[in-house]
Design a protein. Sequence first.
Length: 277
Amino acid sequence: MSYASQDSATKQTQGDAITPEDITASGAVASETAANYALMLADDALILAQRLGWWISRAPEMEEDIALGNIALDLVGHARFLYSYAGSAWGKTEDDLAYFRDEEEFRSAAIVEQENGDFGQTIARQLIVSYYMYGLYTALEQSQDDTIAAIAAKAVKELEYHVDHANQWTLRLGLGTEESHRRISEGFYYMWPYVGELFEDLPVHVDAAEAGIGVLPSTLREEFDTRIAAVLDRAEIGIPDVPQAMSGNRTGRFSEYRSYILDEMQSFARKHPGATW
């Protein structure tokens, strides 16, 4: 398949890589359990992509405008795969699930919804979430659901870069100037209360794990802690000694940000439903 073989200005295919359109065309239909699980994973990716997209033209270096934009684009790709598969269970498209669900229907983790803050705060979030996602999708490569496993295999390759990017910037800021060390340390202090929610075993996780589709987040925590501690130790940043925020169990109940993110993201699609380029 050649580059840009699709007839859309926004949906181009590079080489022979799997695309969301391939998932739809395959005829694979997700079970209810797989669909709910994929939907939750997609929400994390989409909301974080929206947050990172804000940095385009605002990053401290021109290269970072592109780097953070590319990471956001990777995450949008993950979301598209997962929404396409989830939608197969309900006769919905990826756009239906991204643009036409209400705030209460999303299941994103609180940490991906948090404010970007300064660059140090964003990098702190990126280190936490990238290591979490890398561990998660690595485990999902062994999923008994072939489509979930295929999506995970593609995502892991991109998440390796996300982890490396966050590692390098954590070290650069932590070992840089007094000011850069202060900012990255404060970034971790701000983000750390939301780490616990990532590793909660909610009913959607339990159902997926029992069906051989997903993994229990709690099983990923030990490896996550080890990897994060190693990076922070090298960067001379202490793990914040702060209480965990009250969990909303991914409902957005204690998040003031989700509605604003979705309002910005969904407004155009809702004003012009069914519009095509």
